[in-house]
Design a protein around this ligand. Structure first.
Ligand code: DC
Length: 210
């Protein structure tokens, strides 16, 4: 059983990259951000507050990994709420448990998130830390929104990227940071294709030595 851990900040392109890697190697894929988003959505749908840790933990325990729907969970307001409940240790504990169980699936798994290489799967066979400058990440998000036919405000998106980074990197439980043994992949000046082929070379080399 092989685990590939992929971490990095919001909008760095790790989702697209992770899905493609999982497909290439025939591994199961879990976007762990969706587990935080599903917890937040359950609270919002039930009209419950986002700052009650005991209630949030209960919702986290009830998250069904088989029912995570990216198209429903991708909306911005759910991402914001997710980053607020992601600072709660008991919420993280419940979700990390489910993520670890998923990571054991055969023949292998790709998990992407913020703390996979550092906390969830510290023994992963390969760890990638995918990043890009805040300007590039905001630009990619801007292009995505415009391509979907909606209006976008670059300055507002840039502020959101910075705020999300500060919350993800600044929290005391499992802050976003590269594991000491992670391979850094800065995609600021790379196309998706180039990022994928760089990631594949790193993974192939690591698996060969495994
Ligand atoms: O990657 P994303 O935008 O779907 O993540 C939503 C929020 O969930 C993000 O602000 C931080 C949190 N998250 C986390 O704390 N740990 C993870 N492994 C994945 C996401």
């Amino acid at each position: 059983m092989v685990i590939i851990a992929i971490d990095g900040p919001a909008a760095a392109g790790k989702g697209t990259l992770s899905r493609r890697i999982a497909e290439t190697y025939g591994f199961h894929h879990l976007d762990t951000g969706l587990t935080y988003r599903a917890t937040a959505k359950a609270l919002l749908d039930a009209g419950l507050p986002l700052d009650d840790e005991a209630v949030a933990q209960k919702m986290a325990r009830d998250v069904d990994l088989a029912g995570l729907d990216r198209s429903v969970l991708a909306v911005h307001s759910i991402g914001e709420a997710a980053s607020r409940i992601a600072v709660m240790p008991s919420v993280r504990k419940a979700l990390v448990e489910a993520q670890r169980a998923f990571s054991q699936r055969l023949p292998g798994t790709v998990l992407d998130g913020r703390d996979i290489g550092t906390v969830v799967c510290p023994d992963a066979a390969v760890k990638l830390y995918v990043t890009a400058s805040p300007e590039v990440r905001a630009g990619r998000r801007f292009d995505e929104i415009v391509a979907s036919g909606k209006a976008a405000d670059y300055a507002a998106i840039f502020d959101e990227v910075k705020t999300r980074d500060e919350r993800d990197m600044g929290r005391s439980d499992s802050p976003l940071k590269p594991a000491p043994d992670a391979h850094l992949l800065d995609t600021s000046e790379m196309s998706i294709e180039a990022a994928f082929s760089a990631a594949k070379s790193i993974i192939d080399a690591a698996l060969e030595n495994n």
